[in-house]
Design a protein around this ligand. Structure first.
Ligand SMILES: CSC[C@H]1O[C@H](OP(=O)(O)O)[C@H](O)[C@@H]1O
Ligand SMILES: Nc1ncnc2[nH]cnc12
Length: 289
């Protein structure tokens, strides 16, 4: 099977460079409108598909992003591996602005978003105990190291609803009681939906600030974030450019089973399924329905 690398670019990352034959294409989804068209092309012989998470011009809020349409559109475009690139705040002294973290766990505090492709008439439960793909995370870690980026291997990302940043009390709780490493507003339900779509998913979090807990740093503000993002986004593009060589043009089955997540997940029997929902799930779950 051919590798198709999907990149979801977060704040400050609205395109990728160096693609051969780059083209913005529209992919329709039964789950609604994706954040933007998809930028497709090839890099070192591997097909790449890029989606700006907030849309070009940064028009979607963390809450208004249609995460289901985004993941469904990537799946329809043939993507096999999704790399999420995001800005985040840090809860650790040693994880400084400018550093990258290869996130491997999440705490999901979002509450205003559609979190599943499934629903009444087709019920499914997938495991997200290990919500990211270790194989893909390792490739991102190696790509970052090769780019000379200070990168941390593993970390827990607190996904908050936003759009306001956290209060001081929340920031301290996430850091001291909950043991979180970084905070952002977008990786959930994105990672859960990628798992339902049987896509390998890795999250590259680019630290822009110390949120509001740090006694030596003032509270987080968006000007500071944008300043750090300017440096981060070129580093992120360098990391992305190394992925085709690291992942290779041909792909074997995922050794961690991300691509078989739905194998035993659907509980609704064939005779009890809602045909309209089953039709919508053609790309996401057609393999098992
Ligand atoms: C620009 S500050 C807050 C904004 O940045 C992050 O976006 P993304 O995860 O897409 O890089 C954060 O989650 C907020 O949406
Ligand atoms: N401190 C922070 N909280 C939430 N999202 C962020 N994105 C970048 N910095 C952030």
């Amino acid at each position: 099977m051919d590798t198709v690398i999907g990149i979801i670019g977060g704040s400050g990352v609205y395109d990728i460079e160096g693609l051969e034959n780059p083209q913005w294409i529209t992919v329709e989804s039964p789950f609604g409108k994706a954040s933007d068209d998809l930028l497709v092309g090839r890099l070192n012989g591997v097909k790449m598909v890029f989606l700006p998470r907030h849309g070009r011009g940064h028009v979607q809020t963390p809450t208004s992003i249609n995460y289901r349409a985004n993941i469904d559109a990537l799946k329809r475009a043939g993507v096999t591996d999704v790399i999420s690139v995001s800005a985040c705040g840090s809860f650790r002294d040693e994880m400084a602005p400018g550093d990258f973290v290869i996130v491997d766990q999440f705490i999901d505090r979002t509450y205003l978003r559609e979190k599943s492709f499934f629903g009444p008439g087709c019920v499914a439960h997938v495991s997200v105990a290990h919500p990211t793909c270790p194989r893909l995370g390792k490739a991102c870690f190696e790509a970052a190291r090769a780019e000379g980026i200070v990168v941390h291997d593993g970390g827990t990302y607190l996904a908050m609803e936003g759009p306001q940043f956290s209060t001081l009390a929340e920031s301290r709780m996430y850091r001291e009681s909950w043991g979180c490493d970084v905070i952002g507003m977008t990786n959930m339900p994105e990672a859960k939906l990628a798992r339902e779509a049987e896509l390998c998913y890795a999250s590259v979090a680019m630290i822009t600030d110390y949120d509001s807990w740090h006694p030596d740093h003032g509270e987080v503000d968006v000007t500071q974030i944008i300043a750090t993002l300017m440096g981060n986004s070129s580093k992120a593009k360098g990391l992305v450019a190394r992925l085709p060589d690291l992942l290779g043009a041909k792909r074997k089955d995922c050794p961690h089973g991300c691509d078989k997540a739905l194998e035993f997940a659907v509980l609704t029997g064939p005779q009890d399924r809602d045909p309209a929902l089953v039709a919508k799930l053609d790309a996401i779950a057609g393999r098992v329905l």
